[in-house]
Design a protein around this ligand. Sequence first.
Ligand code: ATP
Ligand code: MG
Length: 258
Amino acid sequence: MDNRADDLEKKIDKRKTRKKRSEDQSAVESVFDMETRKTIYELYNRKILEEIEFVISTGKEANVYYAIGPEDEDLAVKIYRIKTAEPRFMWPYIIGDPRFKKIRHKTRDLIFAWAEKEYKNLNRAKSANVRVPTPIAVRKNILVMEFIGTDGNPAPLLKDCELSNPQKTFNTLLEYVKLLFQKARLIHADLSEFNVLFMDEPVIIDISQGVILDHPHAREFLIRDLKNLLRFFSNYEIEIPNLQQAYSYVTGWDIDES
Ligand SMILES: Nc1ncnc2c1ncn2[C@@H]1O[C@H](COP(=O)(O)OP(=O)(O)OP(=O)(O)O)[C@@H](O)[C@H]1O
Ligand SMILES: [Mg+2]
C-alpha cells in the first residue's frame, strides 16, 4: 500500500474507534439550548467544527467537549452555559478591563464577554510563548481550541501526574507566570494544579478569569497564584524559592514595595 492509502486507512480506523466511543451526536447536541445549538451550526457551516463527539468535563460554568475539525483534527470545545449558576462571580474579573468597557449588565452578554476574554487571554499567552491550548475560534458562548491529549484522551491534570522531573516542571511554570506578567501583561488568577494539563510538558488552561496588570486586584491574584504553585511543589523534594523571591522573579519588584 502506498503512503497515501496507508494514511487514509489510518484516518478511517481512527474515526471508527472514535465512533464507537462517542455517544450519538444528536444526543450530545440535545443537551444544548436553542441559541447554543444555532451557534454550533454556525461553526459547522463555517467549517470550524465537523462533529462534537463527547463531553470531557462538566464544570460549574462550562462544559468541555472533545470534537473533530474538518481536517480530522482533534479539538476541544468549551461551551459556557448561558444560564450559568453564578454569573455574579465573573464581574470582579471583568471590571476595570478596558477591553470590556461596553458590555451590558445582562447575563447573556456577560457570558459572551467571558468566552471572548478566554479566547483573547489564550492568544496573548501564546504570543508570549506560554504553552496554552491554541485558540481557534470564539463565537458567542463557544470557544474552540487545540485539544491537549492523544486519540481523544485528554492529557491528565497536573494534580494527577507522577512527575518524572518536578524541578523542571516547576521552573517552567514559574517562567510561564513571569512571561504572562512581563510579556502578556496578564495574571492567570486561578492558577493551580487543577488548571494545568501535562503532556510531556505543562500546559496552562482555563484562563477566562485572567486579568490585565492594572486590574485593581492584580497583585492579590498574582500572590494567590504563586502561593498555589509553591504549595503544590513543596510536596516534592526540589529547590523552590519562597514567596518573596518568586514574586520578585516574576515582577522585578520587591513584594513589600510594589
Ligand atoms: N484544550 C483542552 N484539551 C484537553 N482537555 C481540556 C482542554 N481544556 C479543558 N480540558 C479539560 O476540561 C476540564 C475543564 O476545563 P476548564 O478548567 O477550562 O473548565 P472549567 O469550567 O474551569 O472547569 P472546572 O470548573 O472543572 O475548573 C479540564 O480539567 C481538562 O480536563
Ligand atoms: Mg478549571
